[in-house]
Design a protein around this ligand. Structure first.
Ligand SMILES: Nc1ncnc2c1ncn2[C@@H]1O[C@H](COP(=O)(O)OP(=O)(O)OP(=O)(O)O)[C@@H](O)[C@H]1O
Length: 753
């Protein structure tokens, strides 16, 4: 090849092998290319082998992610601990992971959840903004117990509901919930718990310790479906829920059945479960669409009819939770169902949290479910929440939602955890364990012993697919180096932009608190201070009800900027509490706490400088609120902003104050508008950046031979035009907003004068 390519050699005349520099270069490039092809070929072969091995082991699906998950389990997971005795916990929150099902295997879904008692790790499998590089976002939660796919119902029961049965027989109010995404194993778990509890109730009631109490066992089984209460043991008769004058919640028409032994109780439970309302949903072809409540009441023989039972055990299989996006193909009835389900789940969470924190106010009236469970939130109550999760990667968002729900309930008792770093496909140097290392731990086959180690180079090259070829050692070296640096910078910018977008998405008014709702009395920042890991926030929407609740909450937070100002300016005419003095301007990115070790820092969305000044110097200008925002009902927050204007207090205010209120009210709307436009712009820009990265890699990728430069230019043109328009629109909005801010300053001055 060299001979045919080097006419210079013949022209040299001396016959000495004095190769022309260009020819040598071409030869070198050809060699490098051949080497690249060879290693790419080897990588491909090994990957194919790994895919086959995975399939043989019954775990088809993305081979790279599965490898990263195995490495994480091997290298980065805390070792499992023994289950601790938890009989006396007021709230016991556990997680149960079910095995991967046949249908999931058939659609090549794979296990992406790891349980290592008491921790559970969700390996969120993601692509970087370049659209090629795979990485794991590992989110961990620590609950009271974590049960993996090998735990059976007996084991789960031993550490959850068993203590509740003892508690009920001792005269307490005990409640066990199974909560989770549809198809995550709630009914499976609760059926097991109900059976085992039925056995233990009779064992205990008839034991020498309790026989003197003369307890009789009664059972009622009903469901809450679409806001209606249906007696499952009496031909689905509809009952109504009322609160009597003494504050006792009664289910009118619900009939308890007295049972004399375990078999009878089991039959009733089976009968009730058999007639529950079920429908096919996107996630589960036989989804229970109702909350099923099995109440086992223990009454003394001597007690009067209609009196409160001595002890009560409620076993509740909650309806499957769904995200808003899962319901998009539902008809109106299904959507209504989902909204109702999510509303009651949110209410339940708030009540259990209130119980856990010992709050005197439990908002049980918020939903029928919580009304019925009123006495489960009393001081003489114990609760177990079993969070059921599906193990598969396609359900990671749901799993995170379920675990966040559990985490929020348990937040006061959960200890801080050190978050592990994400594992990236291109970041393998510190995670070098191989398949075989992992498998041999299980005593399984070792066919791919050193695959991973050899593969790392190939994976790195895969991760850098869009990088330029290696620099040449001649005069063009500097040029190539510069080019490489420039491209690396571009790639970093892309990643940075995406990261920023994700962080900001968490703080988009509607989403920020949807991802991490902060109910009254709880403080998100307190969590940060405690160093407790805040689970990563996925950008996907949460339960519709949480979204709506958090929208009002975000109204609270974004509106509070203005509320501070308004209150400080018109404090002379207000007589409200001054309890909320904290500057609400900066929102810390979830997971950005240094202790939590996640995220790269703190994202602050700062208020306009004129307002910041007031917060920075509260002594000079103490912000006053008419009523403490913390204690307001969320839905009242907006009303209070507007409503205050027309209160009797306000009617006597000067025209300047009234005008100021108008300006401020408008400012609140504009602020939200600008913030949301800004978020949208960033999101769109990040999407366009991703597209640009892919576009570039199609032209500049190391393995690209043919490309269409016209198509490239055309698409780039469209992207740039779209960006221009997008930024112009945002600019116009910001300009209008700034003008209004000036007006606001003038109005405030008038009021102060
Ligand atoms: N721990 C487990 N071991 C084996 N199989 C399980 C386990 N958990 C659940 N399953 C199986 O998974 C499927 C779905 O479980 P199940 O019906 O209990 O889900 P669900 O959460 O109650 O769903 P939905 O809320 O839609 O009613 C069932 O076929 C069940 O047998």
């Amino acid at each position: 090849m060299a001979d045919s390519l080097s006419p210079g050699r013949r022209g040299n005349g001396g016959g000495k092998p004095n190769k022309d520099r260009t020819v040598a270069e071409i030869e070198k490039l050809a060699r490098q290319r051949a080497n690249r092809r060879k290693s790419a070929h080897e990588f491909k072969k090994k990957r194919e082998h790994e895919i086959k091995m995975n399939e043989k082991k019954g775990r088809p699906g993305d081979v790279d992610f599965q490898r990263m998950i195995r490495r994480f389990r091997k290298r980065a997971m805390n070792p499992a601990q023994e289950h601790s005795a938890s009989g006396m916990l007021k709230i016991n929150v556990v997680v149960r992971k079910r095995p991967v099902s046949e249908s999931e295997i058939a659609r090549k879904d794979y296990d992406s959840v790891s349980c290592s008692n008491p921790c559970v790790y969700v390996h969120h499998c993601k692509l970087k903004v370049d659209g090629i590089t795979k990485f794991l976002d590992n989110v961990n939660f620590q609950l009271d117990h974590a049960f993996n796919e090998f735990s059976d119902n007996q084991e789960v029961y031993e550490h959850t509901a068993k203590g509740l049965v003892n508690f009920a027989v001792d005269g307490g109010r005990a409640t066990c919930f199974a909560y989770g995404q549809t198809g995550s194993g709630k009914t499976f778990t609760m059926a097991g718990v109900q059976g085992l509890a039925a056995r233990d109730v009779f064992r205990l009631v008839n034991s020498s310790e309790h026989i003197d109490k003369g307890l009789e066992v009664y059972c009622a089984f009903f469901e809450l479906y679409g806001g209606r209460c249906i007696d499952l043991l009496h031909d689905r008769r509809v009952c109504s829920i009322r609160e009597d004058g003494k504050g006792r919640v009664q289910v009118e028409g619900l009939q308890e059945i007295i049972v004399s032994d375990e078999d009878e109780l089991l039959q009733l439970i089976e009968r009730g479960n058999g007639v529950r309302t079920t429908h096919a949903t996107e996630m589960n072809s036989d989804s229970s669409r109702s909350h099923a409540i099995c109440q086992i009441a223990l009454r003394k023989l001597s007690s009067r009819a209609g009196s409160e039972p001595f002890g009560k055990l409620s076993l509740i299989d909650l309806a499957g939770s769904e995200r808003g996006q899962d319901t998009k193909h539902h008809n109106r009835q299904r959507r209504g169902e989902s909204a109702e389900i999510n509303k009651s789940l949110l209410a339940l969470k708030e009540c259990v949290r209130a119980l856990d924190s010992g709050s005197s106010h439990v908002p049980y009236r918020t939903s029928k479910l919580t009304m019925i469970l009123k006495d489960s939130f009393s001081s003489n109550a114990r609760t177990v929440m079993i969070s059921c999760v599906s193990p598969v990667a396609s359900s990671a968002d749901h799993t995170l939602n379920t675990l966040r729900y559990a985490d929020r309930i348990k937040e006061k008792a959960v200890r801080p955890l050190v978050q592990r770093p994400s594992i990236t496909n291109g970041d393998l140097s510190d995670v070098s364990c191989s398949d075989s290392e992992f498998d041999s731990a299980d005593g399984k086959e070792e066919e791919s012993r050193d695959f991973d180690d050899e593969e790392e180079d190939s994976e790195l090259s895969m991760a850098r697919r869009s990088s330029p070829p290696p620099p040449t050692p001649d005069a063009s070296e500097d040029k190539a180096k510069n080019r490489k640096q420039k491209q690396q910078q571009q790639a970093r910018d892309l990643v940075q932009a995406k990261r920023l977008t994700t962080q900001l998405q968490r703080h988009t008014p509607a989403k920020a608190s949807a991802a991490s709702p902060a109910p009254p009395g709880s403080n998100y920042k307190q969590q940060q201070r405690r160093g407790r890991p805040t689970p990563r926030i996925s950008p996907s929407p949460k339960y519709p009800n949480e979204a709506s609740a958090s929208e009002t909450r975000s109204e609270h937070s974004s509106g509070s900027n203005v509320m501070h100002k308004l209150s400080s300016a018109s404090s002379s005419s207000t007589s409200g509490s001054e309890s909320s003095r904290k500057p609400p301007s900066s929102i810390q990115a979830p997971g950005s706490s240094s202790k939590a070790g996640r995220g790269s820092g703190v994202t602050k969305i700062q208020a306009p400088s004129s307002r910041r000044k007031q917060w920075e110097d509260p002594a000079k200008n103490p912000p006053k609120l008419r009523e403490p925002l913390q204690s307001q009902n969320h839905s009242n927050v907006h009303n209070s902003k507007i409503g205050n204007k027309s209160s009797s207090n306000q009617r006597e205010e000067s025209p300047e104050v009234v005008n100021f209120h108008d300006v401020v009210a408008k400012l609140v709307d504009m602020e939200e508008d600008v913030l949301s436009a800004h978020m949208k712009t960033i999101q769109k820009n990040a999407d366009l950046l991703t597209e640009e990265g892919v576009l570039l890699s199609k032209v500049q990728g190391s393995d690209v031979v043919d490309y269409d430069i016209e198509e490239y230019a055309e698409r780039l043109d469209a992207i740039v035009s779209s960006k221009l328009k997008m930024f112009q629109d945002l600019h116009a909005k910001v300009t209008r907003f700034r003008k209004h801010l000036e007006m606001d300053g003038v109005a405030q001055k008038l009021v102060q004068d």
